[in-house]
Write a protein that binds this ligand. Sequence first.
Ligand code: ADP
Ligand code: MG
Length: 551
Amino acid sequence: MAENQLGGQQVLFLPEGATRVLGRDVQRTNIAVAVAVANAVKTTLGPKGMDKMMVSDLGDIVITNDGATILSEMNVEHPVAKIMVDIAKTQEKEVGDGTTTVVIMAGELLKGAGELLEQGIHPTTIIRGLKTAADRASKILDEKSIKIDIDDDKTLQKIALVSMGSKNIGDDAAKTHLSNLIIKAVKQVMVKDPSGKLVVDHDFIKLEKKTGGSVSDTELINGVLVDKEVAHPGMPKNITNAKIALLDVALEIEKTETDARIEITSPDQMQAFIQQEETILKERVEKIRKSGANVVFTQKGIDDVALHFMAKAGILAARRIKKSDMEKLSRATGGKIVTSLDDLGSNDLGFAGMVEEKKIAGESMIFVEKCKDPKSVTIFIRGGTQQVIDEVERSTDDVIGAVSGTIEEGRYVIGGGAIEIELAKGLREFASEVGGKEQLAIQKFADALEVVPKTLAESAGMDTVDTLVQLRSKHNAKDGANYGVEIFRNTVADMGKLGVFEPKKVKQQEIYSASEAAQIILRIDDMISSRAKSGGAGAPPGGGMPGGEME
Ligand code: ADP
Ligand code: MG
């Protein structure tokens, strides 16, 4: 490295206090950081994994088992740690589940790559090997995955329960209840795209939560739950067979600019002015009434005078609704969001069997329910404490991802580490075909996949080496391809028979994301940090990690 710099052409002028690390040193540090991040979430993997309690500097407490949440709460400083956090976030965004696995796998890939670097193998060769391995793993995954019929709710429920398995959110009855709700919700909002493919937009499954009751009281609302109250006490609190106007129109007289003054010189003029305002608002309300609407949701404000007229007309109205909620209301009720009252006709109105304000835990919320085939629904999460409903929400999010991923892709795989052992086996066979130095990287990829069963065994208190040996031998025997870690009985068993199923889509994303992250990190051989602060680039491994301090 030194020669490189001295004899080299590049001369860099760094600002005072800046640090620069080059070549092998930076790779070593980066790998150590990635491994430290992976280790931080490792113990949470699987149903026997532990929870983490995170306390922010404001004293807020989060108790979770969710990899993406843990990492984003950690406030890591090192840029490589940030990359690791990003892959968890991407995994969360793309498929909703598998966040812990992807981070652990990336850490393990880098650990393996680090060993190859020590043996003098060039990073480019390793990167090429990782890429080849990921492609091959994904091909094997294709072959090993199983087709699902979307009417097969039993299998979908198993997938949902496995995804929920590791989360501490209630007893089996509560989990079964939740998984059924989620499957219903996903199927309700799923649509066929022009090519005939089923797609599920997660945004249209709204999650609302309020403490109170128990997790089993969580309900699916065939429509939208709006966290607002009816805008005027004189308005009805519930309306059956609601015809709903969705407005992006202000029902108030726009305030004049501050420098525009209206000169009023006599009480008569004042009276006339007020009257004129009233007339305008009355006309606007009249337009709404004429359309046939008996419920109004508007993104903008509604003036008290307008509210009064609406109440007199028997209309239930709520104002200042979030744009995202307006879109959900539109999808659920079939109504169109109208930007001018002149355009409002009966065709634009949405429908709901019931619109009702209910008091939940002392707060009023408006339930827009019993919609006809709504393409937007709400899961209303209940539970004893804030920590519980927060974790239920995160888990629901994962399960929505798992169920919709399975439906979209139409395929699932056998979990509990079984699929990873199969992939590793396939990759090892492939590696010998490839030969050369690249095969070493492919072998490391196979090893990295096995970190999943290894970690599952570890958190169940099993001997990891022994478990791996047993699993490999099962997978080499006839009918052993579904063997994985039976964490509840501390043995290896057929995970297919136990119904430990996972979406193929989640595994696919794990393989690609982990491999990509490892490649990105390996490609870095020069790290310049303009911050003189310790804990920045080039800091010792673990700098800015949890276990130390959370900043
Ligand atoms: P992630 O954030 O990666 O989804 P989880 O904590 O949800 O992490 O754990 C997922 C892993 O746990 C998967 O490998 C899955 O196969 C495994 N798993 C889930 N349920 C079981 C079970 N009952 N027996 C064995 N393994 C299980
Ligand atoms: Mg999971």
